[in-house]
Design a protein around this ligand. Structure first.
Ligand SMILES: Cc1cc2nc3c(=O)[nH]c(=O)nc-3n(C[C@H](O)[C@H](O)[C@H](O)COP(=O)(O)OP(=O)(O)OC[C@H]3O[C@@H](n4cnc5c(N)ncnc54)[C@H](O)[C@@H]3O)c2cc1C
Length: 620
């Protein structure tokens, strides 16, 4: 009934959509099979995109030609740059999103790609011959054949929902769990595990007294995730902040024996950095309040998300405890919070391309690999989509290194170290943070996206025009000079010593507290050269000049690490004697006997610190 496809993508979540879009844009014929086509692009948890390290990932997806950043921009009802008070490596864009528009825009993006066909059905097993996956079998009894299959099943594989003492099968509230695939893959030698995640209640926005909360508006900015799409920002909506208190904590604590987290019903690990409210009051018993963000779910709905109150306690307990929070005394609940347990496959079973080691032409992307978060899922989908297409065309795989992108860090961490708790990205996971900034993802990755074929002619022209303009402006700062009478007043005001002779603009920018925007106001030539330059371009230029020394140092370290990739490893090296290596690395290296340090790094279980041990051993 359905024809043969180049790529079948199972799942229409963040990973599945990016995978389908990337493979199809590159020219593969793609079938996206999802259990419910009405939930394509659904945001299972909070209606927000980006944030610390995740915002950097969205910029990287956009720079490579992926869609998540663009779709987030279209549906954004608030934009903020987090961590502005910290160094530029930490700056992270975040949007609050209209959940319904986000999903609708994903659906439109998928439908507008003629290479993507859609089919609503549940995949119950894979067609496997000679350790190669050749398609899928669905619940409606259809066999669909393909060259590659990308599984992006999110929280659905044998999903079990917990709400107080109630438990039922489900992948997400109101949606069925997916059965069959896990046991089939286990029969083929795959190791499987269980993880859990949870979500807070959604409430009626009309029942909240916002006068008792603090308003948190977005930034009045024209900035967006996307480097390429013009921004038509629609009306912006604020969030509101309130706090729990000891009465709330007492109410929750009195029911802990009905919490599946505490009564033993849930055994699997949840996201450590997104704890449930019951976990927070237990682990941080000395804290007498926790922050709650009241977030709008969209422009055309009164449904409201209670961020910070994730819980799987019984629904009555959830409601009664919320009603003890200032501003929520009369709150009405639309949907209770809940927890979901699901199967995942420890990701050390994957190659860096996200193809599985055990079965050829089968790829995994997203939550199925033990990650948590939309952005983490989306970037894996993008990479799996690209690599499945490249393999079909017999081209070299596309792998990003740790100094090129957070996406490279994420995949390398997953494949080499694995994870036994939901993995989310943090800036601290990257060794080269000052290189991997949110403001330079385009210069890092767009030329690669263009080479792959994911960046259109128009976007490439836009990219080149921007780079040319930035270079001209940077040259002006490096070669042009300020006169003492132009800048000394500004310098003194900022506690910076005045200059006595002509001084390069770049030297002045390097000083603490001296802003490029303030210097521009001091000189007519600069004013002309920077006229109408968007504020975020100014920030990018300023960062490049201010942190030039750090950037060059980190780049030199990264280059050195890369040159060491070709370092030969002696064939008779006795890894068992190198006790500073992890036990797993010792065994794997002994078994694989890699020829070079680079090859050693591609072995699952051999981490960046194991590579450092080998370098020390080799005197490097
Ligand atoms: C209750 C809950 C709470 C969460 N809390 C957080 C949080 O606090 N922080 C955070 O960062 N992230 C959280 N998440 C996770 C976030 O939603 C996911 O990380 C992200 O959506 C994963 O994207 P994905 O594409 O891998 O999977 P999903 O977005 O879940 O998409 C999976 C898709 O696959 C389809 N599908 C599954 N199996 C089959 C099959 N066999 N056949 C056909 N279609 C199939 C589904 O219908 C769905 O379209 C939460 C998720 C849930 C459900």
């Amino acid at each position: 009934m359905l024809e043969h496809y180049d790529v079948i993508v199972v799942g229409g979540g963040h990973a599945g959509n990016e995978a389908a879009h990337a493979a199809a844009t590159l020219g593969s014929k793609v079938l996206l099979v999802s259990m419910n086509l009405g939930t394509i692009g659904a945001m299972s948890c909070n209606p927000a995109m980006g944030g610390v390290a995740k915002g950097q990932i969205l910029r990287e997806i956009d720079a490579l030609g992926g869609m998540s950043g663009r779709i987030s921009d279209q549906s954004a009802i608030q934009f903020r740059m987090l961590n502005r008070s910290k160094g530029p490596a930490m700056w992270s864009p975040r949007t609050q999103n209209d959940r319904h528009q986000f999903a609708q825009d994903w659906r439109s993006a998928i439908e507008s790609n003629p290479n993507i066909h859609l089919w609503q059905d549940m995949v119950t097993s894979l067609i496997i011959q000679d350790n190669t996956v050749r398609g899928v079998t669905t619940q409606l009894g259809i066999n669909i054949h393909s060259h590659s299959t990308i599984l992006t099943s999110g929280t659905f594989l044998q999903g079990k929902i917990h709400l107080g003492l109630q438990q039922f099968s489900g992948g997400r509230s109101g949606e069925r769990a997916a059965e069959g695939i896990t046991s089939q893959l286990a029969d083929h030698g795959f190791i499987t595990g269980r993880m859990k995640t949870g979500t807070p209640p959604r409430v009626d926005g009309r029942s909240i007294d916002y006068s008792k909360t603090e308003q948190q508006p977005g930034e009045p900015t024209t900035e967006a995730f996307s480097y390429f799409r013009p921004l038509h920002r629609l009306d912006q909506h604020p969030c509101h902040i309130t706090y729990t208190n000891p009465l709330v904590h007492e109410r929750l604590a009195a029911s802990l024996d009905e919490s599946p987290m505490f009564n033993g019903a849930i055994q699997s690990k949840g996201p450590r950095y997104c704890p449930s409210i019951e976990d927070k009051i237990h682990r941080f018993a000395d804290k007498d309040r926790h922050q709650i963000f009241i977030e709008p779910e969209g422009r055309h709905t009164i449904e409201t998300y209670v961020n910070g109150f994730s819980t799987s306690l019984p629904k009555e307990v959830q409601l009664n405890a919320m009603r003890l929070i200032p501003g929520m005394e009369n709150v009405r609940m639309f949907r209770p919070g809940y927890a979901v347990e699901y199967d995942y496959f420890p990701p050390t079973q994957l190659h860096h391309t996200l193809e599985t080691r055990a079965l050829t032409n089968l790829y995994f992307a997203g939550q199925i690999n033990g990650t948590t978060g939309y952005e983490e899922a989306a970037c894996q989908g993008l990479m799996a989509g690209i690599n499945s297409h490249l393999k079909l065309k017999k081209q070299a795989p596309f792998i990003l290194e740790r100094d090129q992108a957070y996406i490279g860090v994420l995949i390398d961490d997953l494949v080499t170290k694995g994870t036994d708790e939901p993995y989310r990205m943090f800036t601290s996971r990257a060794e080269y943070r000052i290189l991997l900034r949110q403001d330079n993802a385009d210069s890092r990755l767009t030329p690669l996206g263009r080479k792959l074929g994911l960046i259109s002619e128009a976007d490439w022209a836009k990219y080149n025009a921007k780079q040319e303009s930035l270079t001209q402006k940077e040259n002006l700062l490096h070669h042009g000079s300020a006169l003492p009478e132009e800048v000394n007043e500004l310098l003194t005001e900022n506690n910076s010593s005045p200059i006595t002779q002509k001084t390069k603009w770049s030297q002045l920018i390097s000083r603490p507290h001296i802003k490029l925007s303030a210097l521009i106001a001091c000189n007519e030539d600069l004013r002309k050269a920077f006229e109408q330059t968007p504020p975020h371009w100014l920030e990018h230029i300023e960062t490049g000049v201010k942190y030039k020394g750090y950037i060059e140092k980190e780049q030199a370290q990264a280059d050195r690490m890369r040159s060491l990739q070709d370092l030969a490893l002696p064939v008779d090296l006795e890894y068992a004697r190198l006790t500073s290596l992890s036990m797993e690395a010792r065994q794997k290296l002994q078994d694989h006997k890699p020829k070079t340090l680079g090859a050693a790094g591609k072995i699952s279980g051999v981490s960046a610190s194991d590579l450092s041990v080998l370098m020390v051993y080799l005197g490097r």
